[in-house]
Design a protein around this ligand. Structure first.
Ligand code: NFE
Length: 472
């Protein structure tokens, strides 16, 4: 048996180490380890409750909108105003957050994942050996399957995707004030009143991005899947959860639910627990314990009803396909039919990339609808008062999966604040019962070439991990 440690995993956000035990070309077991302690939950204690919306966004520069959304939902709940947020406010929150989804999905396929498949020598600036090394350390050259022409097309789109990401960030800045770390999504609604000129500027950019999705991103993912069809069997998982995202008509445009066995069940916040048996924390689950003997990660191990759940686009797709709700389900059914992929194949490297691309199509379409419903004359926020005592929770899905914020308020100040991010679920270590996290499960049992860098890198990156978010 050989042991392989990949540290750090490149082309992800944050600091992740993966350790593998490989025997006869099969990964016997895997351990994923978040390598950097943050302490943001502790920084919040004693502060004014509304600071949570500002400070939690600093957890991450890639999905700050996820944290401003979750913190605002959490504070809406604690302040008792969840039902009072005006429709214009909900639409603007969805539009700002939706732009961040588009940015993240384009970023993930082109700039974080593609170097695992295209010839890195063809990538821009690749005349320098260190850059090639950085993009694809250890990646097996023998598993590149694109023709020269396809390689060129993908690299051309890689460059164009940079422009599309900028346009998506501009969408956030138009309604959110700036990017990263928006100023608009706040408890009670948003701080921005829509202006007709901004709406036009938003629509123009959104249509450009939607065109890129239809003409480049989605066809590129379909091409990739054609060449790497076996990736529908790579990095498999079987248990999924979604908190749902984008409030709409009393429900969520992308629905909540968990697929723990055969049926979708309701996700209840009370069923979420966090184990720190393999994490470097004391039993209070907050105080850091870097020398803890059985610990191997700064990431904690959230579980839903005791189960380790994959979260993210594939999980949302699995749930949406089971629920009788138009929208994402219809977009997925059409897309999966075109690619001849079954729902049961989605918890895989191939499925995760495919679901991200189809979800981007759905989000762009939904944003067009929300934009046309904006009323420049209607209110965007409701008033509120900070209670002396209270508690609240804010659950939403983020681009990478289920995100929860919880707050306790005492004497008008934050007494406790807890964040469980998507990558906390996906990159979690073993729990008290020894059950591995989804990423560890996806790696175990994989047949690898050579030492295992190629397959491990592809599997890990398919989850789009963000370790900055995973450890607070
Ligand atoms: Ni730092 Fe995030 C998303 C959140 S992932 S990127 O999407 O929340 O754990």
């Amino acid at each position: 048996m050989t042991k392989l440690s990949i540290d750090p995993i490149t082309r992800i956000e944050g600091h992740l180490k993966v350790e593998l035990e490989v025997e006869d070309g099969i990964i016997l077991s895997a351990r994923s380890s978040g390598a950097l302690y943050r302490g943001l939950e502790r920084i919040l204690v004693g502060r004014y409750p509304l600071d949570a919306q500002k400070i939690t966004q600093r957890i991450c520069g890639v999905c700050p909108l996820a944290h401003s959304t979750a913190a605002s939902l959490c504070l809406d709940d604690a302040l008792g105003i969840s039902e009072e947020v005006p429709r214009n406010g909900l639409l603007l929150r969805n539009l700002i957050f939706g732009a961040n989804f588009l940015h993240n999905h384009i970023l993930h396929f082109y700039h974080l994942s593609l170097a695992d498949y295209v010839d890195p020598e063809a990538l821009p600036g690749a005349g320098t050996a260190p850059l090639v090394q950085l993009l694809s350390p250890g990646t097996a050259a023998e598993d590149r399957r694109f023709s020269e022409q396809e390689n060129q097309r993908l690299v051309e789109n890689y460059v164009l995707a940079l422009t599309m990401r900028r346009k998506a960030q501009e969408l956030v800045a138009l309604f959110g004030g700036k990017m990263p770390h928006d100023m608009a999504i706040v408890p009670g609604g948003v701080t921005y009143s829509p202006d007709l000129g901004d709406i036009q500027a938003f629509r123009f950019r959104l249509q450009e991005i939607a065109r890129f999705l239809e003409e480049r991103y989605i066809p590129d993912v379909f091409l990739w899947l054609e060449r790497y069809r076996d990736h529908l069997e790579l990095g498999r998982t079987a248990v999924f959860a979604s908190f749902g995202v984008f409030p709409e008509d009393g429900g969520r445009a992308i629905p909540a639910g968990a697929l723990l066995g055969g049926e979708v069940v309701e996700v209840r916040a009370d069923d979420v627990s966090e184990s720190v048996d393999s994490s470097w924390y004391e039993a209070d689950s907050v105080s850091p314990a870097p020398g803890k003997a059985q610990g191997y990660s700064w990431v904690k191990a959230p579980r839903l009803g005791g189960r380790a759940c994959e979260v993210g686009p594939a999980a949302r797709a699995r749930v949406a396909l089971r629920l009788n709700q138009n929208g994402l389900r219809d977009v997925l059914q059409a897309g999966l039919g075109g690619a001849d992929v079954a729902a049961e194949q989605l918890g895989s490297v191939g499925g995760r990339h495919l679901c991200r691309a189809l979800e981007a199509r759905f989000v762009a379409q939904a944003m067009e609808g929300w934009l046309s419903e904006l009323d420049p004359d209607a209110p965007v926020a409701c008033g509120h008062e900070i209670p002396a005592q209270g508690s609240g929770k804010g659950l939403t899905d983020a681009p990478r999966g289920a995100l929860g914020h919880w707050i306790e308020i005492e004497a008008g100040r934050i007494a406790a604040y807890q964040v469980i991010s998507p990558t906390t679920w996906n990159a979690s270590p073993r729990d008290a019962g020894g059950t591995p996290g989804p990423l560890e499960e996806a790696l175990a049992g994989t047949r690898v070439r050579g030492a295992g860098h190629t397959e491990a890198g592809r599997i890990v990156r398919s989850f789009d991990p963000c370790l900055a978010c995973a450890v607070q």
